[in-house]
Design a binder for this molecule. Structure first.
Ligand SMILES: Cc1ncc(COP(=O)(O)O)c(C=O)c1O
Length: 347
């Protein structure tokens, strides 16, 4: 019986959903949404805060500040409340209302930027706002998830070994990418494991992480409008990109089976399903990471009007992704848009 006094002390690390009945391919989905922050960002937030405490950067007088589209903001709000720090989250207009209200309920201040930065889009505008706050008041401590090595270390120390514990014969790991903290921590850890693991990054169409020009992206969590500083492509075997319309269809198909996951889980599962349909050999052991659950997406991915307005009527058609072999959507327009090998030196 786990008994805790601090919310960050609890995290369900060992829960997987077997997606074979839905996909017709063996794929185990690691569920990271069962903690008091509701997402995998609990680990990055904990690692970054504790490291800043150890180094003396973070003191009682400090005001934590961070740019987040939501989940890291919630995790930091929770940890700040638990440890007695003040926290300002700088987010943008794509952050959903529930997430903002959660941060405020936990005692944080939320600054929402809505005007895009000329060169860096909404992310650029958020970062400019954070820099301005830090320049104006020395008490601000910016953890900087985009550049902080403790972000990927969290997954090196926790996520990857947890997967290895249950899957000693893992062949392929699918990881969604935002800051690339999860990807880089897992990829680094598995690089020195007893057997090679194929590391497949899953990104959204419209994201510039792997060098494409930035485009429209409406679902927060995955993707970035610039190349993430933490990314080292030498550790990544492949990058798969998924159209947001397929993210929506996959989320809604999962929900129809009773699994209400967040937007990036739909992206990762859609990307993994397509990859397995193209490459999968029977007996392959594959794991994908589900960063959060679906409540934060009720007014977007799971809201019919929102989906129709942005992606059209077809996005609501469950038949576009049927069970079993018909499910993986390998051909446009319902499919994975691109599969690219990104590392000349990859395995
Ligand atoms: C919803 C969601 N998707 C994807 C990710 C993966 O992001 P990152 O690359 O920043 O580790 C996260 C991060 O925690 C997330 O919260």
């Amino acid at each position: 019986m786990p008994v805790i006094t601090a919310p960050q002390a609890f995290n369900e690390e060992d829960l997987y959903v077997d997606l074979a009945p839905m996909l017709g391919h063996r794929l185990f989905l690691k569920c990271e949404g069962f903690n008091f922050a509701g997402s995998i960002k609990l680990k990055a937030a904990t690692e970054m805060v504790e490291s800043a405490e150890r180094s003396g950067t973070l003191t009682r007088d400090s005001i934590l500040v961070e740019s987040s589209s939501g989940n890291l903001g919630v995790a930091l709000s929770m940890i700040a409340a638990s440890k007695g720090y003040r926290f300002v989250c700088v987010t943008d207009s794509r952050c959903n209302l529930t997430t903002r209200l959660m941060m405020e309920a936990l005692g944080s201040r939320v600054h929402v930027v809505s005007d895009e930065h000329a060169a860096g889009g909404l992310l650029g505008a958020r970062l400019a706002h954070v820099r301005a706050l830090c320049a104006a008041d020395a008490r601000y401590v910016w953890l900087s998830q985009y550049t902080n090595a403790d972000n990927w270390r969290a997954h090196y120390f926790r996520t990857a070994p947890a997967i290895a514990r249950w899957f000693p014969r893992l062949d392929v790991l699918f990881v969604g990418v935002g800051t690339t903290g999860t990807l880089m921590g897992c990829a680094r850890w598995f690089r020195s494991w007893h057997r090679p693991v194929r590391i497949v990054a899953v990104d959204s169409v419209g994201s510039a992480i792997f060098g494409d020009p930035p485009g429209r992206r409406m679902i927060p969590g995955l993707g970035m409008s610039t190349r993430p500083p933490l990314l080292d492509e030498a550790y990544v075997d492949e990058a798969v990109r998924v159209d947001e319309v397929d993210t929506v269809r996959t989320c809604r198909n999962l929900a129809r089976r009773g699994f209400l996951f967040g937007g990036s889980t739909g992206t990762v599962v859609s990307g993994a399903a397509g990859w397995l349909a193209r490459h999968g050999t029977p007996g392959l052991t594959a794991v994908a990471i589900a960063p959060d659950l679906g409540e934060r997406y009720l007014d977007t991915v799971y809201q019919t009007n929102w989906v129709q307005a942005l992606y059209g009527e077809d996005a609501l058609d469950p038949g576009r992704q049927a069970d079993g072999d018909a499910y993986p959507t390998t051909s446009p327009p319902t499919g994975i848009t691109r599969v690219a090998r990104v590392t000349p030196g990859g395995r």
